[in-house]
Write a protein that binds this ligand. Structure first.
Ligand code: NIG
Length: 423
């Protein structure tokens, strides 16, 4: 068979055909000196280059020479807040001089400062602001990203954010998975009427988002200063009845029992987990909830400890990593930085970090075919400029993706050569 696209001259092709229960080194399921043949956007050959059929390449075939680099599935970023207006550089300075994230939030800054800017922006402006952020993710090999609302905090502006997500998803190559995060903070105008805001979520925001099909997931920030476990339970149960799958910002700044709540509600993921308890870890393990770690925000907020990634893996939990791109706690699109921190601070191996940004993340978003390469599956893949996945966390916070392929078409390309790093 002659292919439309032939990816060749690789060090290896990582297929990620394993399961989270396996050691990650095995779950990456590498094919040494592998090749990928693509027909009509689907993988039609996946095996050693030496086994390619004689007619694999014809005059019409696009040949993607991996130049000795490795090839893997396109990356999945399972937790972002990439639609927003404004910036918080001054807050960053103040935190570096000793103010805490919660202190700034209590003084009317933090999430509320982004809410004010986002409410003031039009849907068109939100789309325009998010485009370069998405372009930076794409360039690194991300073809799927979850995006949360949560800077509107009223009916009109939460829906405006989700409509911006829908538009962005249809106009550029990174496909977006929308999450309603009306339970991100209680807006300042209802600070003294919390119950009124919870009712607005239950009676208006969730039903309207569901009716317009704007969100696949519903998230809640369970934290002192945000939502109590009881409030989050009511909101997420209502969202679940409306057809959305729950996920939770859990145990980020303190242990609030967020992991146990995620398990109780059958959430797709419990995210952050810096302060998760042993009981919380056991609950995630028992119920198969994915842990999405956000180490960039632990770094950025100077908040310690980092989430216990090693402990979560030892307990058999599927662990994913994310950029958590947002203007307050993680103003960074860098996947290799998050992977590096995943290894240096969460205790993951390089193989676990790669799993965490591919198949592990796809499982967190319920994406059946994403994050792995298989015969007959979509040809969504990345040719990296280094010979091994180990170089992604090791050669910290630089771009590694040389070519990004979506459904057999090259959608991003740059002249990356990391081989001098010893790859
Ligand atoms: O995931 N923790 C809550 N939400 C974001 C931060 C949002 C912000 O500060 O604007 C996070 O870290």
């Amino acid at each position: 068979m002659t292919f439309d696209l032939l990816v060749h001259n690789t060090s290896e092709v990582l297929t990620l055909r394993g399961s989270p229960a396996q050691p990650a080194e095995l779950a990456l399921s590498p094919i040494a000196r592998g090749a990928v043949g693509v027909r009509d956007g689907q993988i039609a050959f996946l095996g050693p280059e030496a086994d390619l059929p004689p007619d694999a390449s014809g005059p019409e075939t696009v040949r993607l020479d991996a130049r000795g680099g490795f090839v893997g599935p396109a990356l999945v970023d399972p937790h972002t807040h990439l639609v927003f207006a404004g910036e918080r550089a001054e807050e960053f300075e103040r935190r570096n001089q000793g103010a805490s994230y919660l202190e700034l939030a209590r003084a009317g800054g933090g999430i509320m400062s982004t809410v004010r800017a986002t409410r003031a922006a039009s849907e068109d402006e939100l789309v325009a602001f998010a485009r370069p952020r998405l372009a930076r993710l794409l360039r690194q090999g991300v073809l799927w990203a979850e995006v949360k609302s949560g800077y509107g905090l009223n009916l009109e502006d939460e829906l405006k954010m989700l409509r911006a997500v829908r538009r962005l998803s249809s106009e550029q190559p990174v496909r977006l998975v929308p999450t309603l995060l009306c339970a991100h903070a209680v807006p300042e105008e209802q600070k003294h009427a919390r119950e009124q805001y919870v009712s607005l979520c239950l009676e208006e925001i969730i039903p309207r988002a569901a009716a317009e099909g704007l969100a696949r997931f519903c998230d809640a920030f369970v934290e002192e200063g945000a939502f109590s476990p009881g409030e989050a339970r009511r909101i997420l149960l209502a969202a679940r009845s409306a057809g959305m799958v729950p996920r939770i910002h859990a145990d980020q700044l303190s242990d609030q029992g967020g992991a146990a709540l995620a398990s109780e509600l059958g959430a797709a993921s419990a995210d952050h987990l810096e302060h998760v308890s042993e009981a919380g870890i056991a609950a995630l393990s028992r119920t198969g909830v994915t842990a999405v770690l956000c180490p960039t925000s632990t770094l950025f907020l100077k908040a310690r400890p980092y989430a216990p990634g090693r402990r979560l893996r030892e307990a058999g939990v599927n662990v994913a990593l994310c950029t958590n791109l947002n203007p307050g706690s993680a103003m960074s699109e860098s996947v290799p930085l998050a992977m590096g921190l995943g290894c240096l601070e969460n205790g993951l191996t390089a193989a676990e970090a790669f799993w965490a940004f591919t198949r592990g993340a796809a499982l967190a978003l319920g994406l059946g075919e994403a994050g792995r390469l298989e015969l007959g599956g979509p040809a969504d893949l990345v040719a990296f400029g280094c010979a091994s996945h180990r170089h992604l966390p090791y050669h910290l916070a630089v771009d590694h993706a040389r070519a990004v392929v979506r459904r057999g078409q090259v959608v991003a390309e740059q002249d990356v050569d990391c081989t001098s790093a010893g790859a």
